[in-house]
Design a protein around this ligand. Structure first.
Ligand code: ZN
Ligand code: ZN
Length: 410
């Protein structure tokens, strides 16, 4: 945390050579924009406000800024002399503080900082921080101190996320309705810790042994930094074994749900509260099922209408006929049939509408779409002389040229 290199100048949008006044102005401008009082409940603004406050805390303090410039980060545990020594590559100590282990070497002998404990400097820098907070309103001070008193903020209850599944539904089931099953994977609240992610009471942090600080190497030097495990509190709670400290467990769950008759391709079904579980009692997300309807080799569905192409003989088309055509009104996997009147003189490609023979509407009770039959005229495969004779005779009786109109325009 504290040892991460940070770009405080970039955060405030100022140059490295910025004056104290420029830094103050840049911070005030940003603080006005991201202050939690101005953006209540906005996590991003709060995060941004923390960042600019932290940057300002360091850059507005001459001593801290110098340390930051020299070391590349700032920690309360580094004093000016240490930073100075660090910046000079550990050539010689700035002196001024005691402690065993160190020996000020001459020339190129590296300085050994092992065994130094800088934690004693923390008290002093806390006081100077209080000073730098001066000049701001009361609410700002409260927010400020709340953010920088160390330690991770409790995660708190997190609402569960939504889940989305695509469900393949057979052509017939989408039309007639039915029950389908699906196995979903969702996060459920951990039954052991009840979503708290930890179990038992708090105990001493094994990382820092309760001190809240750990030693970290920074180049050739050691720094005491806030313990990342316990966030400086010195206490930890055992992570729940069941959920590995996540508060939720992933479970496969069979799901059975009803497909309404007339369900369309791409339709979304929302199952409230069936998404991922929230933690610590926060509400679960929703589950969305996106219906993908299968196709059929004969019937083509367009909304609630059914399109089907039906072959008709030349004679049927010319003379008119009553023919049987397939419809969706069958049972099981099969299609039904219904009579359709072909008017005399029907042409190929002509569309005939069969009212209320389409898909029952999923939204409008008792209503159905239509079936649209596209006539496809098939020519008889004449082989015998008698049939050919009749057709030649027919041609003589009907000498009209079907291309006359299109050729007339040329
Ligand atoms: Zn658990
Ligand atoms: Zn710790």
């Amino acid at each position: 945390m504290a040892t991460q290199t940070k770009d405080y100048y970039g955060t405030l949008g100022v140059k490295k050579t910025a004056t104290a006044d420029e830094i103050r102005k840049a911070f005030r401008k940003l603080a006005r924009k991201y202050h939690p009082d101005v953006n209540p409940g906005d996590k991003k603004s709060e995060e941004k406000f923390k960042e600019i406050s932290e940057a300002n805390d360091v850059l507005s303090d001459e001593k801290k800024r110098k340390i930051f410039d020299q070391v590349g980060f700032y920690s309360d545990n580094i004093d000016a002399a240490t930073a100075e020594a660090y910046a000079r590559g550990g050539g010689a100590s700035g002196g001024g503080y005691g402690g065993g282990g160190g020996h000020a070497g001459g020339g190129g002998v590296p300085f050994d900082f092992g065994g130094f404990d800088f934690s004693g400097f923390q008290g002093a820098s806390k006081a100077s921080r209080a000073e730098s907070e001066g000049g701001f309103g009361g609410s700002f001070r409260d927010v400020f101190s709340g953010m920088f008193n160390g330690g991770r903020q409790a995660r708190g209850p997190q609402p569960g996320t939504d889940l989305e599944y695509q469900v393949q539904v057979d052509f017939w089931m989408a039309i007639r309705g039915g029950v389908t099953r699906l196995e979903i994977q969702r996060q459920e609240q951990c039954p052991t810790c009840k979503g708290r992610a930890v179990v038992g009471g708090s105990m001493e942090c094994p990382e820092c042994h309760g001190s809240g600080q750990v030693t970290q190497m920074g180049g050739r030097m050691k720094f005491n930094i806030q313990c990342p495990r316990c966030g400086g509190s010195g206490k930890v709670q055992n992570a729940c074994n069941t959920c590995d400290g996540a508060g939720v467990i992933t479970k496969k769950e069979p799901l059975e749900f009803r497909i309404k008759a007339g369900t369309r391709d791409g339709q979304r079904i929302r199952l409230a509260g069936k998404g991922n579980a929230g933690t610590e009692g926060a509400p679960a997300g929703d589950l969305y099922l996106i219906i993908k309807v299968g196709t059929h080799k004969l019937f083509h569905r367009s909304g609630d209408d059914i399109h089907v192409s039906v072959p008709v003989t030349v004679m049927e088309a010319a003379l008119g006929a009553k023919i049987d055509v397939p419809t969706i009104d069958g049972t099981g996997e099969g299609a039904g049939r219904s009579q359709l009147k072909i008017p005399p003189g029907t042409q190929t490609g002509q569309k005939l509408r069969m009212r209320e023979k389409g898909v029952p509407s999923a939204t409008r009770e008792g209503q159905r779409g239509d079936q649209i039959v596209e006539v496809k005229i098939v020519v008889p495969k004449v082989q015998d002389e008698r049939s050919k004779e009749i057709l030649r005779e027919l041609q003589k009786l009907n000498p009209e040229d079907p291309r006359a109109e299109m050729l007339a325009g040329v």
